[in-house]
Design a protein. Structure first.
Length: 525
């Protein structure tokens, strides 16, 4: 029997890669929703030429879904495949619309639509984790074998020493970001004394960026890391196989292995698989449903932790030589700002800085409503000076999501309810004030009345439903991600993180998945 990895997202490929390195035979089971042929052909046409050669019709087709504002979810390449729900997973007659978290059944999972931001966790933010899980440094480094990392050596290196960044791999900054970084550098000592540190963003992108600005629509050139790229590399290994079209519904652990029941999406029938060991990387919502169904834990509350985020728009006041809309640049995050103030926060707060992208004027026109045409010149000028800060809090200061699996006849329905945290509003205010203070020093005007929080779960920085503990009980997991009582089932996605630090989540989820898979070698066969 082989090891089975369920799911092809970032955690799944990180675990599978580590297992293959150990000489294991691995089968990856996946629902594997894909981009429609028409959308894929369009993407290929754009990728086959340089940005200046794209036809106006192709460009309109590629960007229409995102620019129209008709959809409340990310639609990479103009498609709904990222959040398409082929098995009616969220078929809830009483959905909670205040929660933004959704499952992805796409091949490659959420890496099809992420922002590619990568930053390791600070060791100081992991002190509540079991000691055996904290040293992620070697596993961050191991991800370089299949995931590109762009960054540079700067002040952030001292704060995040578990992942070194070579000087020469960073993406070039846009002129707005360069100007802002230079202004922050002039105030560096003063900002550091106030517990504010900054540097150039790190991204999971390769060096072939064409600076076409299509990042938010889906990079046609495949410059942004996608987990399917790693899956395809693993397919070159004869000990790896990938089978799509299967939604795993439950498992049963036995002395000699694990039996899996799955819905075959093609023939609409239930099928079975056998595995020596199983590594669960479905994403936090499908993993919750799979485990609770398998353990027959119904109508029982389980609490998922979230990293609350918010947006603060800023206007820069310095003279601009260029129209940022005509400047070739990427539209990913440009700068990271870390707020470390032990007098208020025990944990790091993280801020991402985004400069101009072509969605800014579209969003502003919506806000002006029927007066958009009248104020068109003003909208253009404001959007050219607009910079957006996105702040993140540690889960200690954020709301939680109460999850229950409810048995309704032959169906198991997932119910979610937001549980507020009394300190969240104050914590957001503290971080927002810090951003406002440093903004003014750098020549930015914070538009504080226009600041808004993201809905709970909408950042997808969520997890900790089955947290790792040194001595797990009940629905907790051991340091290998095995829920109490199970020996052959390892959860490797964000479900087992003990908490959710504010810095970017995907890199650390992948590193932890790699760690679990490497350290599982020899465990139960």
């Amino acid at each position: 029997m082989e090891d089975v990895v369920i799911g092809s997202g970032p955690a799944g490929v990180a675990a599978a890669w580590a297992l293959l390195e150990q000489g294991r035979h691995v089968t990856m089971l996946d629902v594997g929703e894909q981009l429609e042929t028409e959308k894929s052909d369009l993407r290929s046409r754009l990728a086959g030429t340089e940005p200046g050669q794209w036809s106006a019709e192709d460009l309109r087709s590629y960007t229409h879904a995102r620019r129209s504002g008709k959809y409340d979810t990310i639609r990479p390449f103009g498609s709904d495949f990222l959040f398409r729900d082929p098995g009616s997973f969220l078929d809830d007659p009483e959905p909670n619309t205040s929660i933004g978290l959704k499952p992805s059944f796409a091949a490659g999972g959420l890496s099809n639509g992420w922002g590619a931001s990568i930053l390791p966790y600070r060791l100081e933010d992991l002190l509540d984790w079991p000691a055996a899980t904290r040293d992620l440094g070697p596993h961050y480094e191991a991800l370089r074998d299949f995931m590109p990392m762009a960054g540079k050596v700067d002040a952030l290196q001292d704060l995040f020493p578990m992942l070194a960044m070579p000087e020469h791999t960073s993406l070039p900054l846009g002129t707005q970001a360069e100007a802002l970084l230079g202004r922050l550098e002039m105030k560096k000592e003063q900002l550091n004394r106030a517990g504010v540190y900054f540097g150039q963003a790190r991204q999971a992108v390769n060096q072939e960026c064409r600076k076409c600005g299509m990042c938010l629509y889906g990079c046609p050139y495949g410059v942004i890391f996608n987990a399917t790229q790693t899956r395809d590399k693993m397919l070159e290994n004869s000990t790896f196989s990938y089978r799509k079209g299967f939604c795993i519904s439950r498992f049963e652990e036995r002395d000699s292995g694990v039996r899996l029941w799955a819905s075959d999406m093609n023939i609409k029938q239930e099928v079975q698989f056998s595995a020596r060991r199983v590594f669960v990387a479905c994403g936090v919502l499908p993993t919750f449903k799979l485990l609770m169904s398998s353990l027959e834990c119904y109508d029982r509350p389980v609490y998922m932790k979230d990293s609350q985020h918010f947006y603060l728009p800023l206007l820069h006041s310095w003279k601009s030589e260029k129209d940022p809309g005509s400047e070739g640049s990427h539209s990913l995050v440009q700068l990271f700002i870390e707020i470390i103030d032990p007098s208020y926060f025990e944990k790091t707060a993280h801020v991402q800085i985004y400069t101009f992208n072509d969605l800014y004027p579209i969003d502003m026109r919506k806000r002006f409503g029927p007066f958009a045409e009248l104020f068109s010149p003003l909208i253009k000028k404001l959007s050219q000076r607009l910079i957006v800060a996105q702040g993140f809090l540690h889960s200690d200061y954020s709301p939680q999501i109460e999850m229950r699996l409810i048995r309704e006849g032959r169906k198991a329905v997932l119910r979610m309810e937001e549980k507020s945290n009394a300190i969240t509003k104050e914590a957001m205010g503290f971080v927002r004030n810090k951003i406002s203070q440093l903004s003014r020093q750098a020549g930015l005007l914070p538009l504080t009345p226009l600041s808004r929080p993201g809905s709970t779960g909408s950042s997808f920085h969520c997890g900790s439903t089955f947290p790792m503990k040194d001595q797990p009980t009940d629905l907790e997991s051991d340091t290998l991600g095995r829920p109490a009582g199970l020996r052959r089932v390892f959860i490797v996605d964000a479900s087992v993180l003990p908490d959710i630090p504010a810095t970017t989540i995907t890199l650390s989820v992948m590193a932890n998945a790699h760690r679990i898979a490497m350290q599982s070698n020899g465990v139960t066969g």
